[in-house]
Design a protein around this ligand. Structure first.
Ligand code: ZN
Length: 258
C-alpha cells in the first residue's frame, strides 16, 4: 500500500498509516491534495501546521500581512524572529522545516471579490480563516462558482465555530449580509488557545474530506463555547433567498466527500 512512500516517509506518517481510515491509500490522497489556506492568522496557523505535518502535498498560504508582535499570542506559525516579515514567507519556511515533503505556495495578497476566483483556482479545498465578512463573502462566492468545498472557521472572545460548505447551503445561507454589530478580535479580544481548537478542527475536516473518513461537517456548524466548555452542532438550512446560492443556483452537481 505504501510502496509509493520511501522509508523516511513511512516513518514520518507511521501514526496515520496504521489508521484504518487513512492507511497507504489515504496518505497518497493527502500527498496528492491541494489545499488553500486563506488567512495565516489565529486559525490558519494551527491548521497549516497540522496539514503540513500530516503530509498534505500542496498547501497554498494566502495573506497580505506582515507578522506583528500582537500576533504571537495566538498565531503559532510564527515566532519573534518573524516580526516584520511577510506571513506567507515566514510561514512557508516554518512549514518546510516541519515537513520538507510539502510544497507551500505563497500568495501575498488580500482576497477580494475581484481576485477570489483566480486565487482559489487549482485548489481542491479552501480553508477560510479570515476575520472579516467581506473577505469571507468573496471566498464563498468563488467557492460556490467553482464548486470547491469551503471549510469556514471563526473565533472571537471565548467562542468559536467551524463549518463546511459545499455549494448549497453556502456560507451566505448562514450569514446573508454583513452583521451591523460585526466584531473583530482586535476590538473584542480572543483567547489564543481557542484558535488552536477551531483551527485544528478545520484541519481535521480537511483531512477527513480528503481521505473520505467519517461524517463531514458539510452543511453543519459546530459551535464551541469555551467558557461553558460545551459544543453544539446545528444544521445549516439552504436559504431559498440566499443572495449567493438561492436564485439561479447552478453550481456543479454531485460535489461531496468521496
Ligand atoms: Zn447560500
Amino acid at each position: 500500500m505504501s510502496q509509493a512512500f520511501d522509508r523516511d516517509a513511512v516513518e514520518r506518517y507511521a501514526r496515520q498509516l496504521v489508521l484504518r481510515e487513512i492507511g497507504g491509500p489515504g496518505q497518497q490522497r493527502l500527498r496528492d491534495a491541494r489545499v488553500l489556506i486563506v488567512g495565516a492568522g489565529g486559525l490558519g496557523s494551527p491548521a497549516a501546521l497540522y496539514l503540513a505535518a500530516a503530509g498534505v502535498g500542496t498547501l497554498g498560504l494566502c495573506d497580505p500581512d506582515v507578522v506583528a508582535l500582537s500576533n504571537l499570542q495566538r498565531q503559532i506559525l510564527f515566532d519573534g524572529e518573524d516580526i516584520g516579515r511577510l506571513k506567507v514567507d515566514a510561514g512557508r519556511e516554518r512549514l518546510g522545516a516541519i515537513n520538507p515533503l510539502v510544497q507551500v505556495d505563497s500568495h501575498a495578497l488580500a482576497v477580494t471579490a475581484h481576485n477570489a476566483g483566480d486565487v482559489i483556482a487549482g485548489y481542491q479545498l479552501v480553508l477560510d480563516g479570515t476575520d472579516d465578512f467581506a473577505t469571507r463573502f468573496a471566498i464563498n462566492a468563488a467557492c460556490v462558482a467553482a464548486g470547491t468545498p469551503m471549510i469556514s472557521g471563526a473565533i472571537g472572545r471565548w467562542t468559536g465555530q467551524v463549518g463546511v460548505f459545499t455549494g448549497r447551503p453556502c456560507y451566505r445561507c448562514l450569514v446573508p449580509e454583513i452583521p451591523a454589530d460585526a466584531e473583530t478580535c482586535a476590538r473584542v479580544g480572543v483567547v489564543g488557545a481557542l484558535g488552536g481548537v477551531i483551527g485544528s478542527m478545520m484541519a481535521l475536516e480537511v483531512i477527513k474530506w480528503i481521505v473520505g473518513a467519517g461524517e463531514s461537517l458539510n452543511g453543519r456548524l459546530l459551535i464551541y463555547d469555551a467558557l461553558a466548555a460545551e459544543t453544539r452542532t446545528v444544521r445549516v438550512g439552504a436559504d431559498p433567498d440566499c443572495p449567493m446560492c438561492g436564485v439561479g443556483y447552478s453550481a456543479a452537481p454531485g460535489i461531496g466527500p468521496t
